[in-house]
Design a protein around this ligand. Structure first.
Ligand SMILES: Cc1cc2nc3c(=O)[nH]c(=O)nc-3n(C[C@H](O)[C@H](O)[C@H](O)COP(=O)(O)OP(=O)(O)OC[C@H]3O[C@@H](n4cnc5c(N)ncnc54)[C@H](O)[C@@H]3O)c2cc1C
Length: 396
């Protein structure tokens, strides 16, 4: 990895990361076990993150936010995941929705006002892309937004909406109009007060239990100006796809780093019992660090590339950049697999202490969260898209 791909911790980021770790120690980690066990929203974490105005950290300074970059934000996701995977996942999913508005809607007077309100009130944004009958194909919708006389109505059968009940608004993908094709999609901001969520399914899952990703029939109304002013295809290429995989991979890296820390602490404790002789697990620890090295390198390199493309802001940087789309897919596939490998190897190092739920070296939550990563847009779907690009792309 070259020096230019290493993330720079400038003064503002360093002090934010310090604050995030403090919140992590005081308001996140102490509740992580209960959040996971009870599959409940991490309310203490979000009260603290809102007090620190971190829900608007990606909003440009001119609109009252901190103006952080995707690289900065990724470091925050990584840091949060050291304390609780579900909290980091909710934070990351919220920031993806903020980025959709920041990148694509700030030319609209309505969204300028909305983003200022988000900064002031620390709104939490959720997302409804998955749909009954479509599954996880983000670039297709069955439901459609219906606009008449400046107002819209929308109904979506959404089998998974993370923290749907705790959110202040939900960004929903749908067809642009009742007569539009499945891929001709819009992205609509639905406010909590204009929306009913009728339960479809609960959220009793293996991992990421605190995301409370229950299913709902979402029925909403609102003003037509709440529809993001560009086609969803554009939002997907520039933001939803690369931003999601960037921030998700960063928090998966954080979970992996925490598993590594537990393994290291375990080996150190073993080493202290036999001064002068390294325990056999020390070799496994060194081996594990090389896996983590590859994972970290891939995450930082991909995010640096994305950050650079966003900075250059070239008109077709995303819509026709198949190489970048492919590398983004590779990032997601690789990091979601590395995560399972790292946590699994850490479990072997910690042995029964890692397997137990009542030990300080317990890795059960990490392992259960780790398996969710491959499903957040199913890896087989992503490999399917990549294989099409691989065959169609010309050698340069
Ligand atoms: C923790 C967590 C939080 C989530 N939060 C949200 C949320 O807030 N909002 C939201 O909308 N969704 C959310 N999701 C859903 C997620 O984005 C995916 O839509 C969902 O996990 C995909 O489930 P699936 O793999 O069963 O479905 P699908 O992607 O539909 O896949 C079903 C099966 O078909 C196969 N398959 C389907 N299509 C293809 C293809 N083209 N090529 C190869 N194989 C294919 C897959 O391998 C799989 O076996 C969340 C998921 C998780 C795990």
């Amino acid at each position: 990895m070259s020096a230019s791909t290493l993330p720079q911790t400038h003064d503002q980021l360093a002090s934010i990361l310090e604050q995030v770790h403090l919140i992590g120690r005081e308001s996140i980690a102490p509740h992580a076990e209960a959040v996971d066990r009870d599959a409940r929203f991490p309310v203490e974490a979000f009260d603290a993150l809102k007090s620190a105005k971190l829900l608007s950290c990606y909003v440009p300074e001119e609109f009252g936010g901190m103006g952080l970059t995707i690289s900065d934000l990724s470091r925050i996701c990584e840091a949060l995941a050291l304390h609780c995977g579900s909290t980091a996942m909710i934070f990351a999913m919220h920031q993806i929705q903020v980025a959709c508005i920041v990148h694509h809607a700030l030319g609209s007077t309505f969204f300028q006002g909305y983003i200022r309100d988000l900064v002031e009130k620390q709104y939490l944004l959720a997302s409804a892309t998955t749909e009954l009958g479509i599954g996880g194909d983000v670039r297709s919708s069955l439901c459609a937004v219906n606009v008449t006389d400046g107002s819209f109505t929308l109904e979506k059968q959404a089998p998974v909406i993370s923290y749907g009940e705790a959110a202040d608004a939900i960004l929903v993908t749908c067809r642009r109009a009742p007569d539009a094709g499945r891929n001709d999609q819009s992205h609509v901001l639905v406010r909590k007060e204009d929306c009913t969520l009728k339960p479809l399914s609960g959220w009793d899952t293996l991992g990421f239990r605190g995301t409370c990703s229950s299913g709902f029939t979402l029925t909403a109304t609102g003003a037509a100006e709440q529809i993001l002013p560009v086609p969803y295809a554009e939002i997907h290429a520039k933001t939803m796809h690369p931003f999601s995989h960037g921030v998700w991979s960063s928090l998966w890296l954080g979970i992996a780093m925490d598993a590594m820390s537990k393994a290291r602490a375990f080996v150190r404790a073993e080493a202290r019992k036999t001064p002068g002789t390294l325990p056999p697990s020390a070799l496994r620890l060194a081996e594990l660090d090389t896996v983590l090295f590859s994972m970290r390198g891939g995450v930082y390199q991909s995010i640096a590339e994305y950050n650079q493309l966003l900075r250059e802001d070239a008109p077709d940087a995303f819509t026709s950049n198949y190489g970048f789309a492919l590398r983004t897919n590779n990032l997601k596939i690789a990091t979601s697999q590395f995560l399972v490998e790292v946590v699994g190897k850490a479990m072997i190092i910690c042995g029964i202490s890692g397997y137990r739920n009542d030990s300080k070296f317990s890795l059960g939550r990490h392992l259960r969260d780790a398996y969710g990563a491959q499903l957040m847009v199913n890896n087989d779907r992503i490999l399917g898209q990549s294989s099409t690009i691989q065959v169609a792309m010309r050698e340069s």
